[in-house]
Ligand binder design. Sequence first.
Ligand code: IVH
Length: 673
Amino acid sequence: MRRSMMSIQSAKKQVAALKEQLNKWAHEYYVLDQPTVEDFEYDRIYQQLVALEEQFPELVTSDSPTQRVGGKILSNFEKVTHEIPMMSLSDVFSKEEIIAFDARVKKLLNVSQVDYCCELKIDGLAISLRYENGHFVRGATRGNGTIGENITDNLKTVKSIPYILQQPASFEVRGECYMPKASFVALNQTREEEGLAVFANPRNAAAGSLRQLDTKITSKRNLSTFLYTVADFGPLKAESQSAALKELQTYGLRVNPEFRLVHNVEEIWEYVEEFHEKRTTLPYEIDGIVIKVNSFAQQEQLGYTVKVPRFSTAYKFPPEEVETEILDIEWTVGRTGVLTPTAVMTPVKVAGTTVSRASLHNGDFIQQKDIRLGDHVLIFKAGDIIPEVAKVFTEKRTTQEPYLLPTNCPVCQSQLVHLDEEVALRCINPMCPAQLAEGLNHFVSRNAMNIDGLGPKIIQQLFEKKLVKDVADLYRLKVEDFYQLDKVKEKSANNFYTAIQQSKNNSLEHLLFGLGIRHVGAKAAKILAAHFGSLEKIAEADVLEIQQLETIGTTIADSLTAYFAKPEVAILISELKELGVNLNYLGAAASSDSIFSGKTIVLTGKLEQFTREDLKQLLESRGAKVTGSVSAKTDFVIAGSDAGSKLVKAQQLDIPVLTEDDFKQQLQEDDHA
Ligand code: IVH
């Protein structure tokens, strides 16, 4: 775009339009934590404004998004002034721009070669941590770069931030606070199940988590940090960025290990390509690479523009987004009655895998994006894992009809409700078969009653054949009942029956978690079981007593008391008791310390009572490590028939060998210990 090609009048109009758009997006992003566009789209429009303002400097105003580094300050948190501002970085999007950056740096320094430190650009939130004599005294967000928010109490819940440094120092370290991909996926899954709005990406989830006035919520969000600089180099001895990163580590601060000292643009580009490739396999999201002149002396020489350092720039990855078409929208009913829509799409490859389904989360999401059957959409992977619809190409739309949300449950046909504080549609029929079946699946799952072999297909059949309708019915099943199921013969019928019977002896926390009480996760169940000792005592407990327990709080306490107040729950408990299900806490040893925990085990020979995979999973779920070869480190070997060289080796090394029956015996002891 050359100046001569555009009149000042039309440039003025365009600048105004771009600013309005960017200000709206920035408000949604920075203030509300609810972005409506992908970052790449924001960056693209922002670059257009930067380009126009460069051509027409007379159009730059103080309210332009290019004139400030961050967003508005929310009034909820105390303000913090950054004595040394937290700046932003200039962006580049191509190798050519990196070459130009390098050329500019060399010219300004008047040298022919410069060393750079390449780092991953972690997609989180910039934070500043103040340490006084080695003690963490204050943590802040960037805010607008000069004034941020005091989030010390929130950051104190982030486990990677040390309260006390490994050596005393007074300085302000800066870095990124982020949510690991796995935590993001788990958080959204729970939120979806609970009918709450999901976060668009790990960065928004981290931002939402740090800005919690209730720090308990922050602590549950599993945030982490990578630190990469200090505001004022005071106590640091390092004379370069790569040395500083190493030095920060010696204070006990978390530093991303992937940084690399490079010597020219080719090596920068190798780093870029390498991490563009590895990006999806990292446990955290990165949105690019940060390139920093390595020598601090040279950094100082280069200095800063008003907004950004001249010694550093950020290369932004192109987005992994692919176009496809919505063929259908399927709705499933979860354990709590929440309906979740899934888009069925023409299969396409995104970030390394073929994708044909994407969660649409809830009805509000579909309506906000106005997604319709047959629409062409752009999809990407949130947290590099979960396929998501980023955008609808309305210009390619052929249908006139908006998608109509269901009014009735697709399984039991009862009328759906949309609760005030929720974004989800809910089926509130307590007898809805989908909910009951999901409840049973949860009950038998590993962290709950851990009933081996009873997968969703078996549960579905038990349900359809009216052999079970609630969890108590599982304990009423006889071996013969299983014969009614598809392809089930004597041996598996016996296994199912035995597994169910064995689960009667589980310690209380398994049952408590398995009941699927809202907000009562496996960890809360353990704390409650250990404190109260029996299900009856929990059922009778006072709400105040429950909420005073460590990490429990009012949400769980209220949910528990509401659950146990239901007459049908009282009936269920007495039925379970009558059927011989243990309702007591069996002690710490029984629940956490399996005899297999920490043991290294080798499987060999033909196994008859377990599949190898099941056995491996079973052992791993109890904290054991299953390895492929026998060595001095092996604790014991489980041998089936026709075992060969591994058995011989075990005997030579005097390592205990268990038959499958021996092992089952041990397993029972483990369960009852
Ligand atoms: S250095 C003067 N290094 O990217 C600013 N920033 O667009 C110094 N970021 O605000 C920033 N990883 O939130 C730097 N290894 C890294 C980074 C990084 C992520 C973020 C940071 C910064 C933004 C700049």
